[in-house]
Write a protein that binds this ligand. Structure first.
Ligand code: CP3
Length: 365
């Protein structure tokens, strides 16, 4: 409340951008591309700005977060900025003890494992989000007609860090909890959905033109567990911004890795587009979505992806052939946004990313 909404096309200069056009199923004037983790350690200018300041602290300094968001847009001519922040920022803002340990990932002071732990979680306040809104406002003013993508962690991926207290491979803690203590799980995932939904809403209200929910670890779930224990919470996170979305509103992308079996269920959580990792060719992803329409009748939706990050280092000829294959496979979908199948690896040569962008823009849409 009290924040001016800038979600209608008349006030948004990004409505005709390649990204937004493709995400609405139209034909853009060039093929849109951006990279998950495009801001980060692959860029020397990022490493320089981050010297002496921790990851989460840098996210809460609006000028710094904005400048880091803009760096890859200037360098690579990508079709969107991705807001520089982290899925655990809502925890930090709610004063849950968390840090990001370099080379490890998010680590909590105390894991959240019991009903009492969940009940003790503080709610994220509207005021605490002000540094986020300020960073978005500064960034959008600089980006002009290039869209900014806001994001949040999906409830499962965020809760997985909270239950384990640190990164894990198999996510046994949260997967056990949803069966052994479903009430505790539902309370925790509801908290995470509120925090993430609130975080995403703040970015869209401050001017982000699209949103992405990252359920990076959803691929560790069976379809049955996803539908019963996770999809309702992801839907609750999307529902917090649904009034800003819709056909002329902000497109919402839903991404995870290892999600070949749950793509239709991810669409049905309330996404306008689905992000696909490198494991499934986009024409097959499209076929699966088309074959399994949702209760609302939607089958095919715009797709995002899915260049294999491993091929960034495979030599230009191999990479070029791969990128051209991704473009061809993606052309069957009602819209296609090029991206990697997961984030930019930290040691990536950034000149290769610039060349990939040039290649994609050279292929007529
Ligand atoms: O360009 C961008 O994508 C920037 C914004 C961004 C970051 N994290 C910055 C970041 C986004 C969208 C995220 C999301 C995020 N954070 C996810 C979902 C996406 C994914 O990668 O699956 C997850 C799971 C996290 C949690 C997290 N934060 C991890 C696993 C790590 C890596 C830890 C490490 O050092 O290996 C982080 C830290 C992090 N988030 C960095 C960046 C640029 C690296 C920190 C640094 O540069 O020191």
């Amino acid at each position: 409340a009290g924040h001016p909404l800038v979600t209608d096309d008349a006030t948004r200069s990004t409505a005709r951008s390649a990204l937004i056009t493709a995400l609405r199923g139209g034909t853009p004037d060039r093929r849109p591309v951006w990279f998950m983790r495009q801001a980060g350690r692959s860029l020397p200018e990022y490493r320089q700005l981050r010297e002496g300041i921790s990851m989460l602290d840098s996210c809460l300094q609006p000028e710094l977060a904005s400048e880091i968001t803009l760096q890859p847009v200037r360098r690579h001519d990508v079709d969107a900025g991705i807001f520089f922040s982290d899925i655990v920022i809502p925890l930090r803002l709610a004063e849950v003890g968390v840090d990001i340990v370099p080379g490890v990932g998010p680590v909590l002071d105390a894991p959240v494992r019991t009903a009492a732990d969940v009940a003790a979680l503080p709610e994220l306040t509207e005021e605490s989000l002000e540094p986020i809104r300020e960073a978005v406002r500064l960034t959008v003013a600089e980006l002009g007609s290039t869209p900014l993508i806001g994001f949040a962690g999906a409830p499962f991926t965020l809760a997985a860090y909270m239950v384990e207290g640190k990164p894990s491979r198999d996510h046994l803690g949260p997967r056990t909890m949803m069966h052994a203590e479903p009430d505790t799980w539902n309370a925790l995932a509801s908290w995470a959905a509120r925090a993430s939904g609130h975080f995403l809403r703040a970015q869209i209200e401050a001017g982000a033109s699209a949103g992405q929910l990252f359920d990076s670890w959803a691929g560790s779930l069976s379809l049955g567990d996803y539908l019963t224990h996770v999809q309702p919470h992801s839907a609750a996170a999307f529902a917090q911004v649904a009034d800003l979305a819709g056909p002329d509103g902000v497109p919402l992308i839903h991404f995870g890795t290892g999600t070949s079996e749950i793509l239709p269920a991810m669409r049905d959580a309330g996404a306008s587009a689905v992000g696909v990792d490198y494991r499934l060719p986009l024409d097959e992803a499209h076929r699966r979505l088309t074959a399994t329409p949702g209760a609302d009748g939607r089958g095919a939706v715009p797709l995002q992806g899915n260049i294999d990050p491993a091929l960034l280092e495979a030599g230009w000829d191999v990479l070029e052939a791969h990128v051209r294959g991704v473009i061809e496979a993606g052309s069957v979908a009602p819209g296609h946004v090029l991206n990697l199948g997961h984030g930019v690896p930290p040691h990536t040569d950034p000149t290769v990313l610039t060349r990939v962008v040039e290649l994609i823009h050279s292929v007529a849409p």
